[in-house]
Design a protein around this ligand. Structure first.
Ligand code: ADP
Length: 503
């Protein structure tokens, strides 16, 4: 095992990785921007190095500065987390060329899966079903139109270099295609510096189901079952669960075999995810993410495996100690992403200082976050504040547990997604497992607060902030003698603290 790990990331994922390294007795180095000097992840590491100004392009995306930090601190391995440089083959290569271990797959693997058309070709050759469509970029709008007519409308135009839902356009009819093609191409050039666009069938009401895989450097690959991530907004996942309500043993095995085949086709090493769209019992390869994913904890809870620990062991050259038959899934896990986005305002990002925070506790509850009172949430970075994850014996119990945990959750500061998640947990179609990637659009009430709800939320929030202020005052102000009976100060009129819990 290597001795010192540098984590090239921030926020909850940096903390997640730093925690695993600590448990394994590995030394840790955090990197941070100027704006993140006091960020929580900095305190979770043995050492920290400042790598530049707030803007990611000047800090978390600066390969040279990250490698310099590794050199200065004597780190011998680098974990990229997710986002930022995690799927950049040039970063993986630069880390290896500097004589360090990159915790992730080989640069060639990242490259092979980073281009969606190249990945589709690889998967087709490996016998993995892909979403029907072309496997080369369309040369121009005319070629895209010909492809679309063969595939059948509606179609989806996608940027080959795409990610984060950018450069994607649904096209319903032939006359709308040319404009959409040019728009997708422009967006792809702006976002990725590569305007290649291809065409695939737009599935009507699919579910997003993905398979977690784990491979070592000795040719062993296992899959750790599926996660369903159909609850999305603008192609971004909001709620994830394991297992999927719709897969039986046979369906899981079929998808698992396809995912292992996909991984083997690119000599996969480390933790990765093969994403599929599923409809009426059929499934098609969507893409492979060559990194740890945000939603990995649901898999950890049902399999009992620590995915980050395995990433580190595999990166150090250790073989997987178990085979496919040893992987068991127990119970049901759900994750809700708590983002600083306003669910009732089109999920627009929100900023501000965290004034009050109370995290859920109790049986079966896990919080992976990077939040504390006083922290400023800015627009510089990803809006993900933390993830609330629960584990219970079955799906119904997991939903009830998540609903309970969300009731305990209190956050006053930027707008955030908790109210949305409460509504999802109370939704009948969700309880019935009737999901598709259109779920949020099909249930508009999820993104519109009832008038009463917002009034209660505001009242609760105001009370929570007043309480927090009173607590601070009590800690700093000199206490008067209890004989005077005045030491409780201004918050007495608010009544019992339990009355402040947000709805
Ligand atoms: P990105 O890499 O930009 O995230 P993906 O290819 O992973 O793009 O797709 C993101 C999401 O877009 C999927 O989870 C799904 O909701 C939707 N999507 C992608 N391809 C299709 C398709 N062919 N038909 C319908 N929806 C799709």
């Amino acid at each position: 095992m290597f001795e010192k790990l540098l984590v090239a990331n921030r926020g909850e994922i940096a903390i997640r990785v730093l925690r695993a390294a600590r448990e394994m007795g590995i030394g840790t180095v955090a990197v941070h921007s100027e704006a993140d000097r006091l960020a929580p992840h900095v305190r979770f590491a043995d050492e920290a190095v400042e790598i530049g100004p707030a803007a990611s392009a000047e800090s978390y995306l600066r390969i040279d500065r990250i490698l310099e930090a590794a050199r200065r601190t004597g780190a011998d391995a680098v974990h990229p987390g997710y986002g930022f440089l995690a799927e950049r083959a040039d970063f993986a290569r630069a880390v290896e060329e500097a004589g360090l271990i990159f915790v992730g797959p080989a640069p060639e693997t990242i490259e092979a899966m980073g281009d969606k058309t190249a990945a589709r070709q690889r998967m087709q050759a490996a016998g993995v079903p892909i979403v029907p469509g072309i496997v080369d970029p369309a040369e121009n709008a005319l070629a895209a139109l010909a492809a679309a007519e063969e595939i059948g409308f509606p179609v989806l135009l996608k940027a080959a270099a795409g990610g984060g839902g950018k450069g994607m356009r649904v096209v319903e009819t032939a006359d709308a295609l040319e404009r959409a093609f040019e728009a997708a191409r422009r967006e792809a050039v702006a976002a990725f510096g590569d305007g290649s666009v291809y065409v695939e069938r737009y599935l009507a009401r699919p579910r997003h189901i993905e398979i977690q895989i784990l491979g070592d450097a000795h040719g062993n690959v296992v899959h750790l079952g599926e996660r369903e991530c159909s609850i999305q907004r603008r192609h971004q996942k909001l709620v994830e669960e394991a297992p999927s309500a719709v897969l039986d043993e046979a369906g899981r095995a079929a998808m698992g075999i396809a995912a292992v085949r996909a991984a083997e086709a690119v000599d996969y090493r480390g933790a990765g995810t093969v994403e599929f769209l599923w409809e009426n019992g059929e499934f098609w390869f969507l893409e492979m993410n060559t990194r740890l994913q945000v939603e990995h904890p649901v898999t950890e809870l049902v399999t009992g495996l620590d995915l980050v620990a395995w990433q580190l062991r595999v990166a150090a050259g250790e073989p997987l100690e178990f085979g496919q038959a040893d992987v068991r899934m127990t119970g049901h896990a759900i994750e809700c992403r708590i983002t600083a986005e306003d669910p009732d305002g089109g999920f627009l990002p929100s900023t501000g200082r965290i004034e009050h925070l109370r995290l859920p506790e109790g049986p079966g509850v896990r919080w992976d976050g990077a939040m504390e009172v006083g922290l400023d949430v800015s627009l510089h970075y990803d809006p993900l504040l933390g993830k609330l994850i629960v584990h219970a014996p079955d799906r119904a119990a997991a939903i009830a547990r998540m609903a309970r945990a969300l009731r305990e959750f209190e956050l006053v500061g930027p707008d955030h997604a908790a109210a949305f998640h409460r509504r999802v947990m109370a939704n009948d179609a969700f309880a019935a497992g009737d999901l598709s990637i259109r779920f949020v659009d099909e249930h508009p009430a999820l993104t519109e607060s009832a008038p009463a709800e917002s009034t209660v939320a505001r009242a609760g929030a105001t009370a929570a902030v007043l309480l927090e202020e009173a607590r601070r005052e009590r800690r700093t102000a000199p206490r008067l003698s209890s004989a005077g009976g005045v030491e409780l100060g201004p918050w007495r009129s608010l009544g019992h603290p339990a009355g402040t819990s947000a709805p």
